[in-house]
Structures are given as C-alpha cells and as structure tokens.
Design a protein around this ligand. Structure first.
Ligand SMILES: *[C@@H]1O[C@H](CO)[C@@H](O)[C@H](O)[C@H]1NC(C)=O
Ligand SMILES: *[C@@H]1O[C@H](CO)[C@@H](O)[C@H](O)[C@H]1NC(C)=O
Ligand SMILES: *[C@@H]1O[C@H](CO)[C@@H](O)[C@H](O)[C@H]1NC(C)=O
Length: 516
C-alpha cells in the first residue's frame, strides 16, 4: 500500500482544552488519517498502520478494539438525559484472497477499556455467548455486519444495525443509501466488505438516532438509512469510552478505520473529514500481483527475469497452498450452523489437551470433559459418527436443538468438528453433576430429600413439556433417564444430552419404531 496519505490539522487545541475541564459536557475531535498511539488506544489485535486503524489482523478468531484515550461525557450534568452527539467515520472492510470473509465491526460506547468479556466471530469483539443481551452491559453500538447470524435474527449478510446491549439489533437495515430527496428516491445497496471506503454519519439528538451511509467522497444522502426513536438514558453511563470493535472467526477479512470525527454540539463535523486521496483497499481482479510474494519475488529477482518468474510462481503457489488449506478446514455448509463453532485448538487448550484430570463422566459415546472456555466452565462431549453424511445430518439437528432455551434444559453452547467423523459438543457445565449419582451412588448423609426429589420431577416434566409443546417442532428426547438429568448450582434439574433426540412437526405421526 503506497498511496499518498493526507494529513489535516486536527482540532487538537480544542480537545486539549476540553480535557482540562473536570466534567466536559462538550467535546470535539477530528482525525483525518492521522491516528497514532496517543490519540487512539488499541486493544487485542487492533493496531495503527500508516496512521490508519486496523482493528483485526489476518488470523482466524481475531478481536480488536480501539478507543478514544479518555472517557467522554454522555449525559447532561446531574441528569439522566443523554447528551446529543454527532460522529462520522470512514471505514473499509476488505476480503483476503482465498479466504471467506467475515464478520464485521461496530462503532461503540463501552463502559470500560480492554477486551474482557468479548468473543470473536459473530460477537464482533463486543459480547460473548453469556453476556449478550445483558442490560448490565451498558453498551450501545452501531454494527456493520457481513454475516447472517440466525441466533441474532440478522436480516441478511450485509446490514447495519443498532445494538443495545446485544447483537440482536433492535433496528437494522440492508447496507445502502437513499438517492434523491428525503421523501422519495431509490434505495441503492452498498456491499460493506468489498474493500471500498465508505463514510458513515451517526447523529443522536432528542432521543432520535440517524445512521447514514455513502461511498466516501459522495454527498451525504438526504434520507438516513436508519432513523429510530432511541432512549439511551438507561444504557449509557454518565461517561463512556467511545470507539470501534471488530472480530473475525473462521471467516477473515480486514476492518480498517481511516478517519473519525466526534462532537456533542457541531452536527456538521462530519463535513470536516477528508475524503480525497484516501488509500484504496479494494482487491484487484487478480490480487496475486499484489501479494507479498510477488513484490518479494520482483525485488529479489531484479534483472534475472527468468529467475523472477520462477520465484513468483513458487512463492504464489506456497501462499495459495497455505490459504487454501485454511479454507479447507471449514466447508461452506458448516458455516450455516448455529450455535458457535469453536476451533479445535481452543477446545484442546480448554481441556488441557483432553487430560484425564478433566474427565467428569463417561457417556455412551465417549468421555465427557470439563473445561474453561472464554472464562466460563463448560462440559465437552466427544461424539463419533459413522460418516460425513451422518455428521451433516447430525449438525443440522444439533443446530436446531441449540436454539432450544429453557431453564430445565442443559444449554448447548457450541460445537467443534475434529476431522470428518468426530464431533465435540459444548454444553453448560452443571455443578452438581448427574442425578443418578445422587440417587444410586451417594451415601445417605447427602441423599436427596423428598422435597428435592419432587422438585427434580417437576423440573424434568417442565423441560419435557417445553420440548413437546414450547417450540415450532416437537422434540422427542428418547433417552430420559437419571444419568441424563443434570443438576445445576442451585440444584435445579435440567434435561441433557440431545444426542438421540428427534424432531417432528406438530401433527406429524411419529414413525420411529425402535424402542428407546
Ligand atoms: C496476529 O495475531 C497473532 C496471534 O496473536 C500474532 O501472533 C500476530 O503477530 C498478529 N499479526 C499482526 C500483523 O499483528
Ligand atoms: C434524523 O432524521 C429526521 C428525519 O430526516 C430528522 O427530522 C431529524 O432531525 C434527524 N435527527 C438527527 C439527530 O439528525
Ligand atoms: C428514557 O428512559 C428513562 C428511564 O430509563 C425515563 O426516565 C425517561 O422518561 C425516558 N425518556 C423518554 C423521552 O422516553
């Protein structure tokens, strides 16, 4: 990337003055391709390269955040009313050749710095499986998301959404803009991750938020892409960190911020962003000629044009080979499946390499391990299947069952594929183990009381009722027994192990004849 980078005078003096005030109720800043380690703090894989913010790196499951160095006031002094703000930024999301692209980034207000409690992939470095949706998050974000996640009810794989404490956006729209006048015109979709530079304007005043998107350099569209009533009083704290967050998963792409402005009073501050002479991150048609291998080949080869050809060819082959191998690990169909796919390396680390000391049980299909994944205790169960076809069918079913959520079912958190025929399912860890131990193996001093036993029966019954009636399909568990009833920390009983479950549409006659 050798493009000319334009610097412009940032309003340093203004914000330095602001920082001297104890509670600044108004702040302005503008960065025009002049980010550095003092004007922006980076966390995780985020870094500043050539004065441009790169949020993620080119590895799988990368997380990056970048925040303005100090907190900004987001409420009127001594009041719960949110301060108005106007922010604008220029971003580029670019795919890498031979890699499937994902997942996106968000402009965010956060209560703290760092990346604690954040997951990569579809969580965009913002939330994790447990805290998504928690009102105590105090997070407001505007997401630019290029993957359709069923669990977050995403509308498509190219959308902009408003996220209040959750990646399930409370409002979203296909990425694009309205041409023409405010009350008419055509909608034009913009592909978020084609490498183009786009400008975004986010304005908030009198409880209304407007988000507008356009190609960098184009005039600001008259009509906003998203315009919603939004009461942020309960979401924002008096002062918040403001910045950006992004994540990659098995799907990898670059997320860059080139310029950024913010103000609590000047709603035309976005006009001060320089949109000319910006570097371009659009992949050329045949990006082999842009690869490091090619550049290296040329400079090393020098006059030896013949030799150069060979070097390029070999370097490219190797590069391609490496990337192709990464892709091979995930097949397209796997990406549709919910919930979270976790890499084998993560599972390996979580169970200390499937060490014997982590074994907490033996199931029909193999051992059950205890592990720590993203700071949360989980139970991991290995399952062997007889064919890849079997795996596919099984995953389709698991991905549906994974959406079943009930206080009397053991939650399925994710899965991991190891080779073609072995699967690891990740469940919530149940502190008090399985019911059979409490009934058949315990000495009398800690045996369950009759009250506890009745509660267990009621819990199991309500779990079964949910499986039968509470969902769009009827789920027959087919293996209800004491060892499949787990007890959580508070001794609530939960039905586990959906390995044998079958789904039926309501009204459909059960055709299985095998007795279970
Ligand atoms: C990307 O992340 C990996 C893993 O943390 C790290 O080893 C590597 O240096 C990073 N690459 C860049 C360019 O920062
Ligand atoms: C948002 O857009 C609406 C409709 O165009 C407009 O009336 C309102 O003033 C805008 N609000 C902000 C904060 O820009
Ligand atoms: C916003 O929410 C707060 C409580 O969180 C409430 O007190 C206030 O009346 C709401 N404002 C509007 C305009 O709805």
């Amino acid at each position: 990337m050798s493009s000319k980078i334009t610097f412009s005078v940032s309003l340093l003096t203004i914000f330095q003055l602001q920082l001297l005030l104890p509670v600044s109720s108004s702040l302005d800043f503008i960065f025009n391709t002049n980010f550095n380690s003092t004007n922006l703090h980076t966390y995780g894989h985020a870094r500043i390269e050539n004065s441009i913010l790169a949020l993620t790196n080119d590895t799988t499951f990368s997380i990056g955040r970048a925040l303005y160095p100090s907190k900004v006031a987001t409420k009127q002094p001594n009041s719960s009313t949110p301060l108005p703000f106007s922010t604008s930024f220029i971003f580029s999301i670019a795919p890498y050749k031979h890699l499937l692209p994902g997942h996106g980034f968000a402009f965010v207000f956060l209560p703290f710095v760092g990346i604690a409690g954040a997951s990569s992939a579809q969580h965009l470095g913002l939330f994790n499986l447990t805290n998504d949706g928690d009102p105590d998050n105090h997070v407001f974000g505007v997401e630019f998301d290029v993957f359709k996640n069923q669990e977050f009810i995403d509308i498509n794989d190219n959308h902009v959404g408003l996220d209040v404490n959750s990646l399930t956006s409370f409002a979203s729209n296909i990425a694009g803009f309205w041409e023409g006048k405010e009350d008419e015109g055509n909608f034009k979709e913009l592909r978020l991750n084609n490498g183009e530079n786009y400008q975004v304007w986010i304005d908030y005043e009198d409880f209304r938020i407007n988000v507008t998107l356009a190609k960098a350099g184009a005039r600001r569209p008259n009509r906003a892409l998203i315009s919603e009533f939004l009461n942020l009083s309960g979401v924002l704290l008096a002062e918040m960190h403001v910045g950006f967050s992004a994540g990659t998963g098995q799907l990898v792409e670059s997320h860059k911020i080139l310029a950024w402005s913010f103000s609590n009073s000047n709603f035309s501050i976005g006009d001060a962003l320089v949109t000319t002479h910006l570097p371009s991150f659009v992949l050329p048609k045949d990006s082999v000629f842009r690869s490091k291998g090619f550049i290296l080949g040329v400079s090393v080869g020098g006059l030896l044009i013949m030799g150069c050809g060979v070097v390029v060819y070999m370097v490219c082959l190797k590069w391609k080979g490496k990337k192709m191998k990464d892709v091979e690990e995930t097949e397209d169909w796997e990406l549709e499946y919910w919930p979270h796919r976790v890499s084998y390396q993560e599972i390996h680390a979580a169970t200390k390499g499937f060490s014997e000391e982590n074994v907490i049980g033996l199931g029909g299909n193999g051992k059950v391990y205890k592990g720590q994944l993203l700071g949360v205790e989980v139970a991991l169960k290995r399952i062997s299947l007889d064919s890849e076809h079997g795996m596919r069918e099984f995953l389709a079913e698991v991905s549906s069952l994974g959406r079943l959520k009930h206080r009397n079912l053991v939650g399925l958190r994710g899965w991991c594929k190891k080779e073609k025929e072995s699967l690891i399912l990740i469940y919530d860890y149940m502190e008090n183990g399985s019911l059979d131990k409490w009934i058949f193996e315990c000495d009398e001093s800690i045996a369950l009381s009759w009250e506890q036993r009745i509660k267990v029966l009621k819990d199991v019954a309500s779990g079964i009722l949910y499986l039968y009636e509470g969902w769009e399909s009827k789920v027959l568990h087919r293996d209800i027994k004491a060892s499949n009833v787990l007890l959580d920390k508070k001794m609530n009983a939960r039905l586990g192990d959906f390995g044998l479950a079958k789904m039926h549409h309501h009204g459909q006659v059960e055709s299985t004849t095998q007795v279970i």
